[in-house]
Design a protein around this ligand. Structure first.
Ligand SMILES: Nc1nc2c(ncn2[C@@H]2O[C@H](COP(=O)(O)OP(=O)(O)O)[C@@H](O)[C@H]2O)c(=O)[nH]1
Ligand SMILES: [Mg+2]
Length: 331
């Protein structure tokens, strides 16, 4: 790390790291450039900054173009810790789930096809939010165009089935078949893109057996368990039962296979308000990449507070992080 960086430069760099939009990133980078002492020992940083400036300017231009072209309602920009898409036949309670867990304005109706386009909402879970997307229904004969793209773009999928309907098993099966026909497989593990062309997308997913309060629900749940148990996880639910609804955010979060990490500046308290969200299995280097965005080679080691380590233990960059670790990055 160059020893002669000014406090003004470091402040601008902190702004860059905190930037949430490309426009904010560009403003911070320009400030970094102004504040950077231009002499021999900072040549490497100068070159890096120039590269970043031009890349960010380019991203901003393209981003502007993209937002004009993005009229497709089936392309939902990801937000929060990750994106979960619901899928199901008409009237199973998809909109009731999204409406009950988020502030999204969904239409709940006892007639089919009330939902015409995907509607995202944010589900609070502890200190993060999971994006949950209500979607138009599929039927045995029809999948709205755009849906398969939305399924693949999501981080996880939740099939909703209706325990009050005699057809609940067939309906869940219809959803699984539509996925299978598009090479999407629901798994218990993390999301995996196809390893080679033609291979399957492995998407974390489960089947929600909704309307557990209905008269026939328990018989149908038994049937669903018998027929689906070995293939996909089942979660019974009634959107009318507040206690059951309160448990949903935790399993939505678990589907994402991510961890929350709190970065702690040396000598200061960790920021416990806004964790960095990383894929499960990420190491310290991955965190450094996220925190320093291109300046991560400045990080040489870390101290860590969390499960399975001594408080403040020194670790190498390849140390694998756990959910809720507090990490102090050292240059
Ligand atoms: N009994 C019962 N009815 C429900 C439940 N969840 C939703 N419903 C009803 O099922 C109907 C369809 O719900 P909606 O959320 O619009 O289904 P969608 O078509 O899948 O979005 C509405 O009349 C809801 O009130 C539930 O847990 N139990
Ligand atoms: Mg609906």
């Amino acid at each position: 790390m160059a020893a002669n960086l000014t406090p003004q430069y470091l402040e601008a760099e902190a702004k860059y790291r905190a930037a949430k939009t490309p426009a904010e990133q560009l403003a911070a980078l320009e400030e970094m450039w102004r504040e950077l002492p231009k002499h021999k020992s900072s040549e490497k940083i100068q070159a890096e900054l120039k590269k970043k400036l031009s890349a960010t300017r380019k991203a901003l231009q393209q981003g502007g173009k993209k937002s004009v072209a993005r009229a497709d309602p089936f392309s939902v920009p990801r937000s929060g810790a990750g994106q979960v898409a619901l899928l199901g036949t008409p009237n199973v309670g998809k909109s009731s789930i999204v409406g009950g867990l988020t502030n999204a304005h969904v239409k709940i109706a006892d007639y089919p096809f009330a939902t015409a386009v995907p509607v995202p909402g944010m589900v609070p879970f502890e200190d993060v939010q999971v994006q949950l997307i209500d979607t138009p229904p599929v039927t045995a004969a029809h999948v709205p165009p755009g849906m398969p793209g939305l399924w693949r773009a999501a981080d996880a999928l939740v099939i909703v089935a209706d325990l009050s309907a005699e057809t609940c098993f067939d309906d869940a099966e219809t959803c699984l078949r539509h996925l299978a026909e598009r090479q999407i497989e629901l798994v218990d593990g993390p999301r995996q893109r196809p390893a080679e062309p033609g291979a399957s997308w492995r998407m974390p997913g489960l089947v929600v057996a909704n309307k557990l309060d209905a008269a026939e629900a328990h018989d149908n749940l038994e049937l669903l368990r018998e027929l689906l148990d070995t293939r996909v996880r089942l979660e019974p639910l009634s959107t009318r039962d507040p206690a059951a609804m309160a448990r949903v955010p935790a399993w939505l979060f678990r589907l994402l296979h991510v961890i929350r990490i709190y970065a702690k500046p040396p000598g200061r308290k960790p920021d416990l308000n806004e964790p960095f969200v990383l894929p499960m299995g990420s190491d310290v280097h991955e965190l450094a990449r996220r925190v320093y965005r291109g300046f991560e080679h400045q990080v040489r080691s870390a101290r860590i507070w969390g499960e399975g380590v001594a408080p403040g233990q020194n670790v190498q960059l390849d140390h694998v992080l756990s959910d809720k670790d507090v990490v102090e990055l050292h240059g």
